[in-house]
Design a protein around this ligand. Structure first.
Ligand code: RB5
Length: 148
């Protein structure tokens, strides 16, 4: 099974709790980096909790949840080495692992229901990067990062 770090903001904390429970039941190793309440917090603070670990590869994958998934993805994608993808469908989750080697899944609690979000997360956590022609594209993304 897969190790992952997960965090949210106040608008994603309920979906986070649901995913933590269900992903643990499935045997995934889940590192829950908060928050534990619905008190208002700022999504960049919790995005970096996950990205700090994922850039080191321990664990290699993360999940970030806010109201829309958008704020978390904007914040996470500022971090060199992070490829964060907002996914609304299993198709996107599969494609972004296979083609983009995405290492952070972003979900929106106000957009995606718990059942669908769990299926998306399961696909994201169990799908591998295909490499090949996609690796050359990732290398170009890394070259863009290096220019910043
Ligand atoms: C919080 O109200 C909301 O703005 C946040 O969770 C997120 O959706 C931002 O992108």
């Amino acid at each position: 099974m897969t190790a992952l770090a997960i965090a949210a903001d106040h608008a994603g904390v309920a979906l986070k709790a649901e995913l933590v429970t269900e992903l643990k039941k499935l045997g995934h190793e889940v590192i829950d980096l908060g928050p534990d309440s619905t008190a208002s917090v700022d999504y960049p603070d919790f995005a970096t909790r996950v990205t700090d670990l994922v850039v080191k590869g321990t664990p290699a994958l993360g999940i970030l949840i806010c109201g829309t998934g958008i704020g978390m993805s904007i914040a996470a994608n500022k971090v060199h080495g992070i490829r964060a993808a907002i996914c609304r469908t299993e198709f996107e989750a599969r494609a972004t692992r296979q083609h983009n080697d995405a290492n952070v899944l972003c979900l929106g609690q106000r957009v995606t229901g718990g059942g669908v979000a769990l299926e998306i997360a399961k696909v994201f956590l169990t799908t591998s990067f295909e490499g090949g022609r996609h690796q050359a594209r990732i290398d170009k993304v890394k070259a863009l990062e290096a220019k910043r």
